[in-house]
Design a protein around this ligand. Structure first.
Ligand code: IPM
Ligand code: MG
Length: 356
């Protein structure tokens, strides 16, 4: 039986980058004799317009049926009314919660050919290979929210169980890498951080004595990501710190458009999406960078379908077209020739076929 993949293009540039990712998935399936059934559904603003909800029941059913979900992006200027009960981003948070994908992993790997696209000096970018493990279904994103006329609050809370299961993923990933974990918190201010740090210290002593654990305050971590990025191996942190630090880290690679992510539930099921948003300013123009979404397909093959060789083939094909000089607008140097979304996708597909 073919494995079921739910495909949720979403809003803005979502459908454009998803189209290229599906070309790549189809190519990999044909070349390797794998069978994937893809089924599309609505999410975000597109779903609000068509079905009256950012996360319709049909989409929920598909997400729970599928072994993996591939998502584009959600949001846009059309749906920003602060008084509205529903928002595109709510659809994404509901999807993550419904799937129980608590561990969001975001690899940040610099490519020498893209050093020029980063605002940092090239010598800082050498050897940067970071795996950020972000808690995705708890913390301030999901705590009780209150709004009065002149006051508002967002509760941030974590349980030992939520922290432990995430740290285990980080420790396990570190064992396949350089065996270093930086746990990021704000222990000097937040009670949740004090629990987080205590749990991390205890868990690594008991279960990961072979992995070096360091604790870094989030403000210092933001600085170290720019001053000594190559020192980091695995970074593990709570939901909002991880959101902020990964946007920052994308500048090491050169563009948000380059970064993929996998959100895992611990059993192999996963949600795969680029870390970028719907980019309404460039939507519909065919100029978005599809690499983050295409690399998310690679993560899907690795983490849900246990096809690491296929994942590496996609990663190599992306690296090869970058080395050959192909650039979407976001990663192009001044004066460098630029290709569109579809041309970038086609070049990666051609590369996959040529390497087969
Ligand atoms: C991300 C995004 C989302 C988040 C938004 C769109 C809700 O920024 O995936 O990083 O904050 O998690
Ligand atoms: Mg974000």
């Amino acid at each position: 039986m073919a494995a079921l993949i739910g495909v949720l293009p979403g809003d803005g540039i979502g459908p454009e980058v998803i189209a290229e990712a599906l070309k790549v998935l189809d190519t990999i399936a044909r070349l390797g004799g794998h069978r994937f059934e893809t089924r599309q559904a609505l999410i975000g603003g597109a779903a609000m317009d068509a079905a009256g909800s950012s996360f319709p029941g049909e989409t929920r059913a598909l997400a729970l049926d599928a072994q993996a979900v591939l998502l584009g992006a959600v949001g846009g200027p059309k749906w920003t009314d602060p008084a509205a009960p529903d928002r595109p981003e709510k659809g994404l948070l509901d999807l993550r919660a419904a799937m129980g994908v608590y561990a969001n992993i975001r690899p940040v790997v610099t490519h020498p050919t893209l050093y020029g696209a980063s605002p940092l000096k090239p010598e800082r970018l050498q050897g940067v290979d970071i795996m950020v493990v972000r808690e995705l279904t708890g913390g301030i994103y999901f705590g009780r929210k209150e709004r009065g006329v002149d006051s508002a609050s967002d509760l941030c809370s974590y349980t030992r169980a939520e922290i432990t299961r995430l740290l285990r993923i980080a420790g396990t990933l570190a064992r396949g890498r350089r065996r270093k974990v930086a746990s990021i918190d704000k222990v000097n201010v937040l009670e949740t951080s004090r629990l987080w740090r205590a749990v991390a210290t205890e868990l690594f002593a008991q279960e990961f004595p072979d992995v070096a654990l360091e604790h870094v305050l989030v403000d210092a971590a933001a600085m170290h990501l720019l001053s000594r990025p190559a020192d980091f191996d695995v970074i593990v942190t709570e939901n909002m710190f991880g959101d902020i630090l990964t946007d920052e880290a994308s500048m090491l690679v050169g563009s948000m458009g380059m970064l993929p992510s996998a959100s895992l539930d611990g059993s192999g099921r996963g949600l795969y999406e680029p870390i970028h948003g719907s980019a309404p300013d460039i939507a519909g123009r065919g100029i978005a960078n599809p690499c983050g979404t295409i690399l998310s397909v690679a993560m899907m093959l690795r983490h849900t379908f246990n096809l690491p060789a296929e994942a590496r083939r996609i990663e190599s094909a992306v690296a090869a077209v970058l080395e050959a000089g192909l650039r979407t607008r976001d990663i192009a140097a001044a004066g460098q020739e630029v290709v569109g979304t579809a041309a970038m996708g086609d070049a990666i597909v051609a590369r996959l076929r040529a390497a087969a």
